[in-house]
Design a protein. Structure first.
Length: 658
């Protein structure tokens, strides 16, 4: 009896000690775990910010729509969930288990049939969408359970998830009327990205799409970087949306916002809530009406090409805001996904290319104002220096002037202002030879041609301004004697985008103040400024030459601005420069070897036509560049000049020349 009582006391003492440990010593921790097990966290969705133009017109917005959602347990074919639904059907219909099972499977089959029909109508890959939902929920589960001792069920596993998004109201009503014949399917209100102006400024605005695994790896916070709730709010999950191109991508961190969350008991009582931080709005410097009208002008003539208009600002407050950045052909952002196969197959017109900042062209004679500034600043000529043009430099067979090719004569002796007025090749061949390639390329770099334009748009490209090292790396040769002569007239190795040339002309209009262009007031890069080492008298001589191009009867653009059949712009004097650059034929990969080579079929041939300029003459407010691809008749003056003239007229009507 004593031994038995001793054992009994020992057992009671052991139990009492364990109770003290559980309730007193470790009670707080166990109570916290018990409470946590009775709580759930629901992640709250976020709406993306708007994109507007300079006048407040909405260019991109999340608009109301409906999503077709399927229950996670249906997607994963969970047997326990199926049994629960069968029991529910049996109770509601007052039928036995076997009949309820047949009815459940009939409803499930009908649900999948409806989902696939709607997916086909919407152009959605349903299997891929389901895969993204499952990956998303599993990712959330990993984040939530990583910091816990036990593996708990998360709220997302008991919810319906969107597999087909952006449905209109009529489709939603039709599906809801069939709800009694379906299982695990719901139609939920949501929002989708909508672009009210469709194709206008499509290359600038860009579009969104589902985040890729590589993007999640690059942008997401890691486990060591932040607590799980913060990661849930900020990280991209499978199926999330991200900006893919244009402003949507450039300003992604500003537009996106952060998800909120709600912590609640299983009974539904809310314990804690962090509201969603909606995405911020991005205001562009573009005027969408100006953009639309310029694109219509190019498209009406059947051209492919680009046009850029920059707001120069004032001498006291230079701005360099992008008023228009047009690339044609365009495409409708709202129809992009359905039209994508056709857009990609168009290898001739290349509608997806943002020509204003991606396509590099030889600038032709539009490079001459920059070459003139370089020659004056380096002292190889003065404003009074004359160079005699006899139509060619050495012999009638090479380095000829355009006037000799056409009329068999030369321009005679010209100073820099007259050389720009007449676009004399011999004058610029000569100053290119005197400058040499290194100094000339240094000046093209000061004008920004060697760098990306600086808008911050993800697809922008630098121009081609060669250096000796660049040449040796590519062809084991340095500069050749003729390189500088060709580059001084905008041919040879020199290339630039329309944005580069518009900005170079804006720099001349501001008397040598270089600024990178601004397209977004939020989320874009910091503007860069540099003052070119030039003196006012040199800039006046160059600007006077550009004035004569348009306003002197001997100017290469006079007849396209003041000649018969034209309507001059009252009260506005335009300074400009035309250019025509010999261009290699456009080929497509007709032999399907994965590259473009001489064996491929030529689809377009011709020259690149340019007009660049600024206005008004004595008080510049805008600078512009227009390029037209593969012109077969006429040159820069006849093809791009009239468009440049009408752009200035539009800017006057819209108040940008005041």
């Amino acid at each position: 009896m004593k031994v038995f009582l001793g054992l009994l006391v020992a057992v009671f003492l052991l139990l009492a000690g364990k109770l003290v440990q559980l309730q007193v010593i470790e009670g707080k921790g166990y109570r916290h775990k018990a409470e946590e097990a009775m709580r759930k966290v629901k992640i709250l969705p976020v709406m993306r910010g708007q994109i507007t133009d300079r006048k407040g017109r909405i260019l991109a917005i999340d608009e109301p729509c409906f999503n077709l959602c399927l229950h996670y347990r249906l997607l994963t074919e969970d047997p326990a969930w199926e049994r629960a639904r069968i029991r529910q059907i049996a109770r509601e219909k007052r039928i036995n288990r076997d009949v309820a099972t047949v009815l459940f499977h009939r409803r499930a089959d009908r649900t999948w049939q409806v989902a696939r029909e709607v997916a086909a109508e919407a152009g959605v890959d349903l299997d891929e969408s389901i895969r993204a939902v499952v990956q998303r929920v599993q990712a959330v589960r990993r984040i939530v359970n990583r910091d816990r001792a036990e593996d708990i069920t998360i709220a997302e596993e008991e919810q319906c998830h969107p597999v087909i998004t952006g449905l209109d109201e009529m489709t939603a009503i039709r599906l809801r009327t069939d709800a009694d014949e379906l299982v695990g399917l719901s139609i939920e209100p949501s929002h989708r990205r909508w672009y009210p102006f469709g194709a206008d400024a499509c290359h600038v605005i860009g579009y969104t799409g589902r985040v890729w695994p590589g993007e999640r790896d690059r942008f997401n916070l890691k486990e060591a970087d932040a607590p799980w709730l913060e990661r849930m709010r900020t990280n991209y999950l499978p199926g999330d949306t991200i900006g893919k191109v244009g402003v949507e991508k450039m300003c992604e961190s500003y537009l996106r916002g952060h998800r909120g969350y709600r912590r609640f008991r299983l009974s539904g009582e809310t314990l804690e809530e962090e509201p969603t931080a909606q995405g911020g709005d991005v205001h562009l410097t573009l005027d969408i009406v100006l953009q639309k009208k310029i694109a219509a002008m190019l498209e009406a003539k059947g051209f492919t090409g680009a046009a850029v208009v920059l707001g120069i600002g004032t001498p006291q407050a230079p701005t360099n805001e992008v008023l228009a950045m047009v690339s044609v052909p365009t495409y409708d952002l709202n129809e992009y996904r359905s039209q994508y196969p056709d857009l990609v197959r168009d290898e001739v017109r290349l509608p997806l290319m943002h020509r204003a900042i991606i396509q590099r062209y030889q600038p032709g004679s539009t490079a001459k104002p920059m070459a003139a500034v370089a020659a004056l600043a380096e002292g190889v000529i003065t404003t009074a220096t004359t160079i005699n043009c006899r139509g060619y430099m050495y012999n009638p067979h090479s380095f000829r002037c355009w006037i000799y090719k056409r009329f068999g004569i030369g321009h005679g002796p010209l100073a820099v202002t007259e050389a720009l007025e007449h676009s004399c090749n011999i004058f610029f061949y000569t100053i290119g030879q005197r400058l040499g390639s290194r100094r000339l390329c240094d000046w093209f770099s000061l004008f920004g041609l060697a760098d990306k334009p600086g808008t911050g748009l993800p697809s922008e490209r630098a121009g081609t301004v060669p250096t000796e090292q660049w040449l040796r790396a590519r062809s084991n040769r340095g500069f050749r004697p003729g390189d500088a002569r060709f580059m001084a007239v905008g041919q040879g190795l020199l290339t630039a985008t329309p944005m580069h040339l518009a900005n170079a002309i804006a720099t001349i209009a501001r008397d040598g103040v270089f600024l990178t262009p601004t397209v977004a007031l939020e989320g874009g890069p910091k503007q860069i400024r540099r003052d070119l080492p030039v003196i006012p008298s040199h800039m006046r001589a160059v600007k006077e030459g550009m004035y004569r191009v348009v306003n002197s009867r001997q100017g290469t653009a006079w007849k396209y601005f003041h000649g018969p059949g034209t309507t001059p712009i009252p009260g506005v004097e335009i300074c400009g420069k035309t250019g025509t650059a010999t261009t290699a034929p456009q080929r497509i990969d007709s032999n399907k070897n994965g590259r473009i080579d001489k064996g491929d079929r030529i689809v377009r041939s011709g020259d690149t036509a340019w007009f660049v300029g600024f206005a008004p003459h004595n008080n510049p407010r805008i600078a512009l560049a227009v390029t037209v691809e593969y012109v077969t008749t006429g040159g820069g003056g006849s093809n791009a000049g009239p468009i440049g003239r009408e752009i200035v007229r539009l800017c006057q009507e819209m108040g940008y020349l005041r």
